[in-house]
Design a protein around this ligand. Structure first.
Ligand SMILES: Nc1ncnc2c1ncn2[C@@H]1O[C@H](COP(=O)(O)OP(=O)(O)OP(=O)(O)O)[C@@H](O)[C@H]1O
Ligand SMILES: [Mg+2]
Length: 255
């Protein structure tokens, strides 16, 4: 099983939209896929029509080896399962506090899923926290959506610094441009000035498109209800790039 996280310190940059659509593309591509909604806001769970929330009990998770297994639910989308959001915010934090290896908690929890899935996708909240340290320690690849503006570049630099400070692997960060609006001069300028391109930038740009917002009303991935829209095609091509990156990186060595 390979693990792909969608992360940015910055909020509202398209992490969840990308995580849900890429997970759906992976499932359609024949990969047994599980998406773990790690954000208490629960947006990914909502898009995948799961509103029941997680029933994690920290004690149970600490004691029982396969406790996470019972939290995995099928979604309405073939080949895609979900671990819904912990909307109480509390259980993972409790686990981090109680663990002897607080950076390895997520990795331990997902071990029982290893044989069951080809791909685990993590939708992450926008913060630096014990949770984000766990995410970086676990993920084979961290995809970072960036709105093409100087502030976003600054957020990416901060993520790199955080990883360096915490001695976490930096090679795995794969930024891509998100919510790109070519009518905006600033966006065009960043897209066409390769000297300022961040390292390991993916080729795919996800365009700004109001159809992406319809995911909330339809409770469905865009690639499900509008696969041929420009944004739907962008998520498909994002998945293809990420599949290659996952296949040739650290993850492949681990398999
Ligand atoms: N490509 C896009 N074009 C237009 N709107 C988008 C696009 N991607 C996401 N959105 C909208 O922008 C908002 C934020 O997107 P999303 O929830 O994916 O971001 P996020 O980075 O996960 O946010 P948070 O940090 O709050 O978790 C949502 O309302 C979503 O529908
Ligand atoms: Mg989100």
């Amino acid at each position: 099983m390979r693990t792909l996280a969608f992360y940015n310190l910055k909020g509202g940059v398209g992490k969840t939209a990308a995580a849900v659509n890429v997970a759906c593309c992976a499932a359609r591509d024949g990969q047994a896929t599980c998406l773990w909604d790690l954000d208490p806001q629960g947006a990914a769970s909502w898009y995948l029509r799961d509103t029941a929330g997680l029933e994690l009990k920290a004690k149970k998770l600490l004691k029982e080896k396969n406790a996470l297994d019972s939290q995995v639910r099928p979604t309405a989308f073939p080949g895609l399962d979900l671990i819904p959001a912990d909307t109480t915010y509390r259980h993972l934090d409790l686990l981090f506090e109680q663990s002897d290896a607080p950076r390895e908690v997520l990795a331990k929890l997902v071990k029982p899923l290893t044989d069951r899935y080809d791909l685990l996708v993590l939708d992450c909240p926008p913060s630096f926290s014990r949770l984000s340290e766990n995410i970086f320690a676990l993920a084979d690849t961290v995809a970072v959506p960036l709105i093409p503006t100087p502030l976003s570049m600054r957020a990416l630099a901060q993520v790199s610094e955080f990883l360096a400070r915490k001695d976490l692997d930096r090679g795995q960060l794969l930024p891509f441009f998100s919510m790109v609006d070519r009518r905006r001069q600033l966006h065009r300028q960043w897209l066409t000035s390769p000297t300022e391109a961040p390292p390991n930038l993916l080729k795919t740009h996800v365009p700004y498109a109001s159809i992406v917002e319809q995911m909330g009303q339809r409770q469905s991935p865009l690639v499900q209800f509008a696969p041929h829209s420009p944004a739907g095609q962008a998520y498909q091509s994002l998945w293809e790039e990420l599949r290659q990156a996952l296949g040739s990186g650290r993850s492949a060595e681990r398999r």
